[in-house]
Design a protein around this ligand. Structure first.
Ligand code: GLN
Length: 540
């Protein structure tokens, strides 16, 4: 047996309490103490991965270097800890069942009846322990959903069994909500008590309770929760609403969450954690005097989680150059050539988001036309880059019917076309060009100034590409390819030469930005936005 300790994070009372943020904050603190830590997320839905989910369902799909399409919480893990995640860090019920059913078909169960307990729970435990093999001191496993959901039961049961399988090398942290009733001016603990009762019914005693609250917990509330939920008073941790999620590790350090965890495992608490650099960044995020107005044009704007990583990357880059991005989500379906000036004139920079399908495409193209013609810094990401190519073809090269074959299959000018290797693919799940690929950057490009190297690697998630047949014609008119994949020759970056800052990237820089390492693409873009001075704005 390895020496790995397992920390489970469950949630109760409501969803969206921020288990991912608490998991990431705890990981950050334990890493700060010199431990080797990884975080894993179990999602109790039947999709094999979130790749086929509409962003309206679960927000953005995060992509790892090894090409896993994962839950957006993995993005938080990487952004907080700078530890890269992989396929093994996100498992869904669908994947668990798929493995078990494949084994059954293969005859591996030797004629036994295949059941939730033990076969499904064994597969869950195998996936948890898989990470333990990598010599981690701690594996933090976040269980998606809320205790009491029918889908969560096998996971809670697996946790119950893990206590015995690992000789007690596990602890359970349960995150709940303590609502404040304005009428009686009271914090209410009953929902927490009920939630813990549900866990206990399933044989799991939480070791630590993290209570989400909008008001500070009084010692009375802490005592009451400790008594009714069967935990010691110092295991009741307050998680008060914060101005930015990046403040949470600092708040958890104040509440001594890491120390309580170590004590539970009988590990001596030695020395402290130096979070000075983190504190400086958080203070810049909260208090920067300078600000730039950024329009993020997309079609899922009602749900900001759909563009989580882009939003966070802008925040990291903003802290990096000490200039706060003020981000507005704009619905691409509401933008046209007629109203683009009115809608967009107040912004210092425009981003056109990634996406799939035809909805909202023409509005994205109109926003890009405005940015190009008015010399406004523009960043197009994946579909956003493809739209920039279409816009340039139509309005500069005069190919009026130019399009992507994703939008118009039989267009006469397919400037964006399906990649050759995609042409015979029928299944949608996990079949895109996914994960990290290399790119060679032109030394004279805007991005080179920030990357400061020509050989880079970025993550991808797409099926369509810049159609090489048109490259020469584009370059003659001033849109140049400044980043190329050295193996496949795919165009990865385009730039417009005579423009303040106009860049499209086929990859997703937002998946690699972290708090401590803001991404060069976003830094370069924000610097350009910040350069637009008052006079410039008045002239527009
Ligand atoms: N739909 C486009 C493609 O598949 C872009 C994908 C994206 O923006 N991630 O190529």
């Amino acid at each position: 047996m390895t020496n790995t300790r397992y920390i489970f994070i469950t949630g109760g009372v409501t969803s969206s309490l921020g288990k991912g943020i608490i998991s990431s904050s705890l990981a950050k603190l334990l890493l700060g103490r010199g431990f080797k830590v990884t975080i894993q997320k179990f999602d109790p839905y039947i999709n094999v991965d979130p790749g086929t989910l509409n962003p309206y369902e679960h927000g953005e799909c995060f992509v790892t270097d090894d090409g896993a399409e994962t839950d957006l919480d993995l993005g938080h893990y990487e952004r907080f800890t700078d530890v890269r995640t992989s396929q093994a860090n996100n498992v869904t019920t669908g994947r668990i069942y798929q493995t078990v059913i494949n084994k059954e078909r293969h005859g591996d169960y030797l004629g036994k009846t295949v059941q939730v307990i033990p076969h499904i729970t064994d597969e869950i435990k195998r996936r948890i322990k898989l990470l333990g093999k990598d010599d981690y001191d701690f594996v933090i496993t976040e269980i998606g959903g809320t205790v009491g959901d029918i889908e969560s039961f096998p996971y809670i049961e697996a946790i119950r069994q893990m206590r015995w399988d690992t000789d007690g090398k596990i602890i359970v942290i349960h995150l709940t909500l303590v609502p404040y009733l304005a009428t009686s001016k009271e914090l209410k603990t009953k929902p927490t008590q009920h939630s813990v009762k549900l866990l206990l019914e399933n044989g799991v005693q939480p070791d630590i309770l993290v209570l989400r609250t909008e008001k500070s917990l009084t010692s009375d509330v802490r005592e009451k929760v400790a008594k009714f939920c069967n935990v010691s008073i110092n295991s009741v941790i307050e998680s008060i609403d914060a101005k930015t999620i990046y403040e949470v590790p600092l708040l958890m350090q104040k509440e001594k969450l890491d120390e309580v965890v170590l004590k539970k495992f009988n590990i001596p608490v030695e020395g402290g954690i130096d979070l000075k650099q983190w504190e400086t960044i958080v203070s810049k995020i909260k208090n920067s005097d300078c600000s730039v107005k950024i329009a993020l044009v997309g079609k899922y704007v009602e749900l900001p989680d759909a563009y989580k990583s882009i939003n966070e990357s802008l925040i990291h880059a903003g802290a990096g150059i000490d200039c706060k991005p003020n981000i507005t989500f704009l619905h691409s379906e509401k933008i046209s050539d007629q109203n683009s000036y009115e809608i967009l004139k107040e912004y210092d920079g425009i981003i056109v988001a990634p996406g799939f399908g035809h909805r909202g495409i023409e509005g994205k193209i109109s926003a890009i036309k405005y940015a190009r013609e008015n010399n406004i810094p523009f960043l197009g990401i994946c579909l956003g880059m493809q739209c920039a190519v279409i816009e340039f073809a139509r309005n500069v090269m005069n190919l009026k019917d130019a399009n992507s074959t994703e939008i118009h299959q039989n267009t006469a000018n397919p400037v964006i076309d399906l990649m050759e290797e995609q042409k015979n693919i029928i299944d949608l799940g996990g079949s895109m060009r996914l994960g990290a690929y290399r790119c060679k950057i032109d030394k004279h490009s805007k991005l080179f100034e920030e990357y400061k190297k020509s050989d880079i690697s970025e993550r991808h998630r797409h099926r369509y590409e810049f159609n090489d047949k048109y490259l020469k014609a584009f370059e003659e008119k001033g849109m140049i390819a400044t980043g190329i994949n050295p193996e496949s020759n795919l165009v990865e970056i385009i730039e417009i030469k005579n423009h303040k800052w106009f860049t499209g990237v086929q990859f997703h820089p937002e998946y690699k930005s972290t708090v401590l390492n803001p991404h060069p693409v976003f830094i370069s873009f924000l610097k350009a936005c910040n350069l637009i001075n008052y006079k410039d704005k008045k002239e527009r």
